[in-house]
Design a protein around this ligand. Structure first.
Ligand SMILES: Cc1cc2nc3c(=O)[nH]c(=O)nc-3n(C[C@H](O)[C@H](O)[C@H](O)COP(=O)(O)OP(=O)(O)OC[C@H]3O[C@@H](n4cnc5c(N)ncnc54)[C@H](O)[C@@H]3O)c2cc1C
Length: 420
């Protein structure tokens, strides 16, 4: 490969804050609110012009119950607009004991989530900087001094006492050189169709599940060009959530693309082109061939192709599947679902190196065998909430993140409504 040398240059330090949250998905939003409500100055930076990450931008829009800690607050806000699990009252949703797997998925409206996430941050005086891409970090052996960002204002640095990596891809940890491991998961383009006559479609199909078979057979017959892998148990193209929050609207996922190089921008470009082309063709096929779809239209594709995972932190501890499902850690700081054992230890959020870094969301440290469940939305926000409170303690007590008193952290989380 050919190289050029970038000349050394000074860049302005535009902000100096106690806690800096990198990434504004469910994890980042929860982290920012949890830190700010404990009185430390908090800032969140995000590359898009909205918050919610995959959960809004990639049209994921179905989640296991949001029924513990900050998730209850998010549920309450969405339900005040009738935008989450409309078949449940708020109390039912909060108390729901449904499983934390596909069977318990409930739909929500992504635009309401974007709106409410901004309100939550502003209510807690979090400074938000959108359209800002994290380009690197400045660090010594054990401290991250600043995060380097690029935006239309140019290149600049943000200083912080504690940094929370909620980028989903462990960008900060990786840029700083903390141990991370590469992960490969299937990639999916989610899209919504509107104006579907769902009753008519269901009369014809029997169930939404049956649509997978119909589509699979059409692909086998070569009715339309579709090169993505179709997995009979998981991810065959078809209807994912039967009916979303709005009448006549359904969520569709467009098959699974596999790549072990998805952090390579050329590969990601290919993934965008292939999955968008095929989602478009799939929508056309449904319209033409499935009763009930005659007047339907492809309403929206996700902003960015849905990439489930790229990198995970290899942190102070890598809990096994059994340990996480048994949920009996002395340092449990996240229990995403009420009345469920699934839990995570504080050490899953701490890198092996760097005193002032915490990681939250889908890139935390845990065995790959359990990550499929840990990437679900309520888990991401639960780890974000724990990281935010821990960061606030680290700042106010003047101790390293790893030296935060876990008893104090657990008791502050309980005070905030987390049933640990
Ligand atoms: C196709 C698909 C289907 C899924 N289905 C479900 C489901 O049905 N139910 C469920 O609960 N979960 C589902 N998931 C998983 C779930 O959506 C995610 O794991 C979860 O939303 C991740 O939240 P997060 O906050 O950890 O990360 P993200 O949502 O990825 O948030 C990270 C944020 O950081 C920003 N960011 C990243 N890098 C940078 C950078 N360098 N500079 C600036 N900003 C940056 C991103 O723009 C983003 O806003 C699905 C995921 C996919 C892809």
């Amino acid at each position: 490969m050919d190289f050029v040398t970038e000349p050394e240059r000074q860049i302005p330090v535009t902000h100096d804050v106690d806690v800096l949250i990198c990434g504004g998905g469910f994890a980042g939003v929860a982290a920012a609110v949890a830190a700010a409500r404990n009185g430390v100055s908090t800032m969140l930076i995000e590359k898009y012009g909205f918050l919610g990450g995959l959960a809004t931008g990639a049209l994921v829009i179905t989640t296991p119950p949001l029924n513990n800690g900050i998730n209850r607050e998010i549920a309450r806000r969405l339900m005040s607009w009738n935008s989450y699990a409309p078949d449940l009252t708020w109390e039912d949703a909060a108390d729901s004991d449904e499983v934390d797997g596909l069977a318990g998925l409930q739909a929500y409206d992504p635009e309401t989530a974007k709106f409410e996430f901004v309100r939550m941050l502003l209510d807690h005086r979090v400074e938000i900087l959108l359209h800002t891409y994290i380009a690197g970090v400045l660090h010594s052996n054990d401290q991250i001094q600043a995060v380097v960002v690029e935006n239309k204002g140019g290149r600049s640095a943000i200083r912080a006492r504690v940094i929370i990596d909620a980028t989903g891809d462990a960008d900060i940890a990786a840029f700083a050189g903390a141990p991370v491991r590469a992960v490969e998961r299937p990639i999916t383009m989610m899209f919504n169709m509107a104006d579907v006559d769902t009753e008519k479609a269901l009369q014809h199909l029997g169930s939404w599940q049956a649509l997978k078979q119909v589509v699979r057979k059409a692909i086998e017959r070569g009715d339309f060009a579709f090169s993505q892998k179709t997995d009979p148990d998981f991810g065959a193209p078809g209807i994912f959530a039967a009916q979303l929050i709005h009448k006549g609207q359904i969520g569709v996922w467009g098959g699974m693309l596999y790549s072990n190089r998805i952090l390579d921008p050329r590969e990601k470009t290919r993934a965008e082109i292939v999955t968008r082309d095929e989602a478009f063709l799939l929508a056309r096929y449904l319209k033409k061939h499935i009763p009930g779809f005659e007047n339907a239209r492809l309403e929206q594709m996700s902003t960015e192709v849905g990439i489930r995972a790229t990198r995970n932190l290899v942190g102070l501890y890598v809990p096994s599947k059994d340990e996480v499902t048994n949920g009996e850690f002395a340092d449990t700081v996240a229990r995403p679902y009420r009345n469920k054992r699934l839990a995570l230890p504080y050490r899953s959020l701490l890198p092996q190196q760097f005193d002032n870094l915490l990681v939250a969301g889908r890139c935390i440290s845990a065995d790959d065998a359990i990550m499929g469940r840990l990437r679900l939305i309520p888990v991401c926000s639960a780890t974000g909430e724990a990281a935010g409170v821990a960061a606030s303690i680290s700042v106010s007590r003047g101790v390293e993140a790893a030296a935060v008193d876990v008893g104090e952290l657990q008791s502050m989380l309980s005070d905030q409504g987390v049933e640990l």
